[in-house]
Design a protein around this ligand. Structure first.
Ligand SMILES: *[C@@H]1O[C@H](CO)[C@@H](O)[C@H](O)[C@H]1NC(C)=O
Ligand SMILES: *[C@@H]1O[C@H](CO)[C@@H](O)[C@H](O)[C@H]1NC(C)=O
Ligand SMILES: *[C@@H]1O[C@H](CO)[C@@H](O)[C@H](O)[C@H]1NC(C)=O
Ligand SMILES: *[C@@H]1O[C@H](CO)[C@@H](O)[C@H](O)[C@H]1NC(C)=O
Ligand SMILES: *[C@@H]1O[C@H](CO)[C@@H](O)[C@H](O)[C@H]1NC(C)=O
Length: 581
């Protein structure tokens, strides 16, 4: 029994132990093009056993650009793609050279973590256009140990080439790439666990990305031990699966229905993806067991996610990503670790922009002022309050698979530049997008989760249809103004966009913006539009950039004056956007 005066000593002892405790370790597993909506996670029993059942599944997690390289740069910098301006997989608009040119190689998450006292490791695919020619010019920054898959071999499942710690690339021809990455991950893990410092290790296998060997995108290859699996699997026959009527807008609305040959090919394509993921599933077990064997599992966060989602036959589309539809942007995120709910599903709205801030918080570091996101909540008590995800895309659509590839020749998918917005709250669950052709889409995701009834088209625009008690016209006016803020937001204007429109802070979310008193203010906002479809972020082709700010009059009037108010003209204020940051 402890006497009363021993208690303070006990507490001092305890807090000293806490101070001395190592910062938590972080394992970050990122697959390539893994879907949530085709149910791939259901076919990964070890991910379920070691991660989902022991951690939290974020059912509303989104990527902000549905394309590998821009999404990964967004992830590892915590900045929106319109701020990184890394928007494509290759120069001039993206790829590793653009990432380096923009100065991020010395200023992104692994560098910050090293400064925070971490050993950092990475194996697998970092970015596209990271090649056997530029891997050491410069070497990717910020890693204690690295072994990177390099182009043009990145997506060749049995012909990988990797560069270890900046050295000359080595061929792994004949070995199964995801298995090679698993072995390398285990090696780095042993190295990390042998050192005193806390560690961060990112594991980035290519599964279930398409095989890209001969310039085209064919079904992914799997290891022979998984060849007999999932022979009965078919892509879920949701309402948007190869629908009888065309859906969507722009090039998607022009797609012909897929015939039975293509559907059969696509189902097999999906089975190949599930088989390719089995190597990753086994790797997850290997990682968690090693952490447990070393007694550090309880002080380690394990993240599992993908760079972007994937569609197969939805909206009549060939396999691929690059779209704003839910299949492409709502992606797996599972986290386990200290303070993270066990066996929980969170419906907080989170995005890849939030993960670098989350990891910095885990590392006990101050959040950077230029982060465009916020740390994600780890349990229901921490419930996040962000209702929006800002989605953007520049460039082509990329149809994959044998039949999809045929469409390339026609340049059919050229005009795939768009802005989109996901907005989720108690009484609304919306997807709004504006294409570079000026076409718009609005889906009520509660009543139409398949995104088949575009409420923004005149045929569907019904005066009786209400969302959160207001009709579509008023809803769109708010969504468009919010998009106007988000499409060029920086830092706090990304996390708190309503404050840009309403600086006093009296309008903090979509329902408060829907007030009838604000109808004129929102109707008269400049609208999001494009003058041209570009393949990159050419701001001159992206229409008005700055919304009117409520309560800030033009010039001397001092107030935003609504129509009819004291006989004055309706005026808005073109804010200085440098003031937003
Ligand atoms: C596409 O890939 C397949 C399988 O890898 C190959 O047989 C075919 O020749 C390729 N087609 C083109 C146009 O490169
Ligand atoms: C099905 O569609 C594909 C792709 O357009 C085409 O190549 C093929 O000839 C079609 N097959 C049949 C049986 O119509
Ligand atoms: C989109 O709308 C804007 C504003 O009305 C117009 O200036 C622009 O030319 C349109 N763009 C296209 C691609 O039609
Ligand atoms: C792409 O959009 C432009 C407008 O920017 C339009 O003139 C052109 O016809 C579109 N091309 C296709 C293939 O839809
Ligand atoms: C983004 O990069 C492209 C290619 O370098 C450049 O043309 C464009 O102006 C940049 N956009 C912005 C907004 O800086």
């Amino acid at each position: 029994m402890h006497s009363l005066f021993q208690l303070p000593c006990l507490l001092v002892g305890l807090s000293l132990a806490l101070v001395a405790a190592k910062k938590p370790n972080i394992v970050f597993i990122i697959t390539d093009d893994q879907d949530l909506h085709l149910q791939s996670l259901d076919y990964m029993p070890l991910v379920q056993k070691y991660l989902t059942d022991k951690g939290t599944f974020y059912k509303r997690h989104y990527c902000t650009v549905a394309l590998c390289c821009p999404s990964r740069v967004n992830l590892w910098t915590g900045k929106a793609a319109h701020n990184t301006n890394v928007t494509d997989v290759m120069p001039p608009y993206g790829g590793y050279p653009k990432f380096v040119d923009r100065g991020y190689n010395d200023d992104y998450l692994p560098v910050w973590l090293q400064n925070a006292g971490y050993n950092t490791y990475y194996t697998g695919k970092l970015f596209n256009s990271h090649t056997i020619f530029n891997y050491d010019n410069p070497v990717a920054g910020g890693f204690t140990g690295s072994d990177f898959l390099l182009d043009p071999f990145t997506y060749q499942y049995y012909n990988a080439v990797l560069s270890r710690n900046g050295r000359k690339p080595v061929s792994y021809a004949g070995q199964y790439s995801p298995d090679v990455i698993a072995e390398k991950a285990f090696g780095f893990l042993e190295e990390a666990m042998a050192d005193e410092k806390p560690f961060f290790i990112a594991i980035a296998p290519i599964a279930p990305h398409s095989e890209v060997s001969t310039g085209n995108f064919s079904q992914p290859q799997y290891a022979p031990r998984h060849a007999d699996l999932f022979t009965d699997y078919k892509v879920p026959r949701t309402k948007n699966f190869n629908p009888d009527k065309p859906s969507g807008a722009n090039w998607i609305a022009k797609l012909p229905q897929l015939n039975e040959t293509v559907i059969a090919y696509n189902d097999e394509f999906a089975r190949c993806r599930l088989r390719a993921l089995q190597s990753v599933d086994e790797m997850v077990e290997g990682v968690v067991q090693r952490l447990a064997d070393n007694g550090i599992l309880d002080n380690t966060y394990v993240f599992y996610t993908s760079d972007n989602g994937f569609h197969i036959s939805q909206h009549r589309m060939h396999p691929g990503k690059t779209c704003g539809y839910e299949t492409d942007i709502n992606i797996p995120l599972i986290v386990r670790g200290p303070g993270v709910g066990v066996g929980k599903v969170l419906d907080a709205v989170t995005s890849h922009t939030d993960l670098a801030p989350t990891i910095m918080k885990i590392a006990g570091e101050e959040l950077r002022e230029d982060f465009d996101g916020l740390p994600i909540p780890f349990n229901e008590e921490e419930k996040g309050k962000i209702e929006h995800v800002n989605v953007e895309y520049w460039g082509r659509g990329i149809p994959e698979g044998k039949y999809g590839f045929e469409g390339w020749v026609l340049n059919y998918y050229l005009n795939n530049t768009y802005k989109a917005l996901r907005l989720i709250g108690d009484t609304y669950n919306l997807y709004y997008s504006v294409w570079c052709t000026n076409e718009t889409e609005l889906y009520d995701m509660t009543r139409d989760p398949d995104q088949l009834h575009n409420l923004a088209t005149p045929e569907v625009l019904s005066p009786d249809y209400e969302i959160s008690g207001r009709n579509i016209e008023h809803v769109i006016a708010r969504l468009d103004a919010l998009m106007m803020v988000l499409k060029s937001c920086k830092a706090s204007s990304c996390t708190d966009p309503w404050k840009v429109l309403h600086p006093p802070g009296d309008v903090t979310d979509f329902p408060s913006a829907l007030s009838t008193e604000l109808d004129t203010f929102y109707e008269e906002q400049p609208k999001v539009s494009f003058s041209k479809c570009e393949l990159g972020y050419i701001v001159e082709s992206e229409g008005p950039q700055i919304p009117f700010v409520f309560g800030q009059g033009a010039g001397d009037s001092g107030m935003y004056v609504q129509e009819g108010g004291e006989g004055q003209m309706t005026m808005g204020y073109r804010g200085d956007w440098s003031a937003w940051t």
